[in-house]
Write a protein of this length. Structure first.
Length: 178
């Protein structure tokens, strides 16, 4: 039973990776409702593939490496678009993207793909929520208020991102040798 669950988890990760291009195109042409739905589906599939992998007794090493990279694409595209529209300051977006590149490099060196920390998972959830609110289409009810809430949620997500980066790269303390 674990092989079908792992395959399904990997399939969701691949589908999320493929959703990156339509998300970028939807943002570029101003189809915010489509971009919003793609990002929502990507966030839900991220949670689902993790749940499936855990139910299977652990994900594949391939999935463990592809999953965080897919998340980076799905977060980077809206962040860059939001910076280009001056919804978010460019310096904050670059800081966040630099953190993502740093951690991706660290994970590439980790033999197990560098599993996400609890702080890293909280950062991802908060980022997806902030981005969904920041991308709330103008034609939908409550647009202005929800965009403001998304803007305010972005800042704690940035702080969590920086905090989790320190946790990933900080050398683990070792007991003193006698």
């Amino acid at each position: 039973m674990s092989l079908p669950l792992r395959s399904l988890a990997n399939g969701l990760t691949i589908a999320r990776a493929v959703a990156g291009l339509p998300l970028i195109l939807a943002l570029q042409v101003g189809w915010l409702p489509l971009a919003w739905w793609l990002l929502l589906m990507a966030g839900l599939s991220d949670a689902a593939d993790g749940w499936l992998a855990r139910r299977a007794g652990g994900g594949s090493s391939w999935g463990a490496r592809l999953d965080p990279l897919t998340d980076k694409v799905l977060i980077a595209a809206p962040l860059l678009w939001l910076a280009s529209t001056e919804t978010l300051p460019l310096w904050a977006v670059w800081l966040l993207l630099a953190r993502e590149l740093l951690i991706s490099g660290w994970r590439a060196q980790a033999g197990d793909g560098g599993p996400a920390s609890l702080t890293g998972k909280a950062k991802t959830v908060l980022q997806f929520l902030a981005l969904l609110l920041l991308l709330w289409p103008p034609a939908w009810s409550g647009h202005q208020q929800l965009v403001v809430v998304g803007w305010w949620l972005f800042w704690p997500s940035l702080l969590l991102a920086l905090r989790s980066a320190v946790g990933y790269i900080k050398p683990r303390s070792r007991p003193h040798q006698r």
